[in-house]
Design a protein around this ligand. Structure first.
Ligand code: NAP
Ligand code: GLV
Ligand code: GLV
Length: 327
């Protein structure tokens, strides 16, 4: 008998087609993300779930389907899932590491260039008919080459971002839970710093940590106060890694140069104060949004379901589950 699978929201066509061949598939919605109540309703009687990072998969949801065996999150971040509860109940949780690394590092770099070179302001300037000819002081921004970049979280995306920074001739500092070995630090051209020193010495900061209990408000008021006067902060990790309210305050007061956001503390809510600022670039969480990457993420999620129901352990289990299985 084929497993009963709930895909909360339709993704790319090819992986859906494949999934519908190997399972008894329910697509929760083709148009909008489901509410928690809708997920609770639709998950009843299902063996497997493919969730979006925007879906909250907490105890209420998990307990609505006693037969649930595996949750494949269509994202690398899995802070939307109560994975500890899943592990207690023996429910596998998988994610999509690796396939979105380059696309996400690109978006972080795009944000850095957009803020430092005032791309959105410049585009609007032209649209508003204000371009009257080349000017010595028109829309001057901040130089990238030769500046110091501080990267927080040196995992897959942090490293891909570091490679881009190296290509742009930047001096690169990093802070991460686990320090890399000397050989890798040398190859990437990066120098380890403690968080306070990184924050006070960097011209630009980019965040690449997952959202966990430890990283929630990692950049709190006290840490944000350490930023240089002309600093640019880029966040493509998760909104709640920064105290968003205080960041808005220092942006309003021009205590830093600017910030690039792909993620927000209470998505999809974007504070009105933030939308009023000129020194920010605001994206709607599109780090992994390329046709190529999204298809790979979808296939990876489908493959995890297929593996499980053909007696294999999915390769893309979250690290906590892998550690548990490896004792
Ligand atoms: P990863 O390879 O696991 O890298 C995360 C890094 O953060 C690791 O080096 C990890 O250290 C470090 N870290 C974890 N907890 C920390 C802490 N408390 N303090 C300091 N460093 C800590 O993950 P990834 O694939 O690069 O993805 C990173 C995150 O980016 C995801 O979790 C997701 O939230 C976000 N993301 C966003 C988008 C988007 O669309 N904007 C797209 C993809 C991913 P260890 O080496 O010790 O584990
Ligand atoms: C995107 O934010 C992801 O975690 O994949
Ligand atoms: C600018 O367009 C220049 O030629 O310097």
């Amino acid at each position: 008998m084929k497993p009963k699978v709930l895909l909360t929201r339709a993704f790319q066509e090819k992986p859906i087609k494949y999934l519908s061949e190997i399972s008894e598939l329910t697509v929760g919605s083709f148009e909008t993300n489901l509410t928690k109540e809708e997920i609770i309703e639709k998950i009843k009687g299902k063996d497997a779930l493919i969730s979006l990072l925007a879906d909250t998969i907490d105890k209420d949801v998990i307990d609505s389907s006693p037969g649930l065996k595996i949750i494949a999150n269509y994202a690398v971040g899995y802070n939307n899932i109560d994975y500890e509860y899943c592990m207690e109940k023996g429910i596998y949780v998988t994610h999509t590491p690796g396939v979105l690394t380059e696309a996400t590092a690109d978006i972080a770099f795009a944000l850095l260039l957009s803020v430092s070179r005032r791309i959105i302001e410049s585009h609007n300037f032209v649209l508003e008919g204000k371009f009257k000819g080349w000017e010595p002081n028109l829309l001057l921004g901040k130089e990238i080459t030769g500046k110091t970049m501080g990267i927080i979280g040196m995992g897959r995306i942090g490293k891909a971002f570091a490679r881009r920074c190296k290509g742009f001739g930047m001096n690169i500092l990093y802070y991460s839970r686990t320090r890399l070995d000397e050989k890798e630090e040398k190859e990437l051209g990066i120098t380890f710093k403690n968080l306070n020193n990184l924050l006070s010495e960097s011209d630009f900061i980019s965040l690449h940590v997952p959202l966990t209990k430890e990283t929630h408000h990692l950049l709190n008021k006290e840490k944000l106060k350490l930023l240089k006067k002309d600093a640019i902060l880029i966040n493509t990790s998760r909104g709640a890694v920064i105290d968003e309210k205080y960041l808005i305050k220092i942006l309003e007061e021009k205590r830093i140069y600017g910030a690039g956001f792909d993620v927000y503390e209470r998505e999809p809510f974007v504070p009105e104060e933030l939308k009023k600022l000129k020194n920010v670039v605001l994206l709607p969480h599109i780090g992994s949004a390329t046709e190529e990457t999204r298809e790979k993420m979808a296939m990876m999620s489908v493959k995890a379901i297929e593996d499980y129901f053909t007696g294999k352990i999915p390769q893309n289990l979250i690290p906590e589950w892998k550690n548990k299985l490896n004792g």
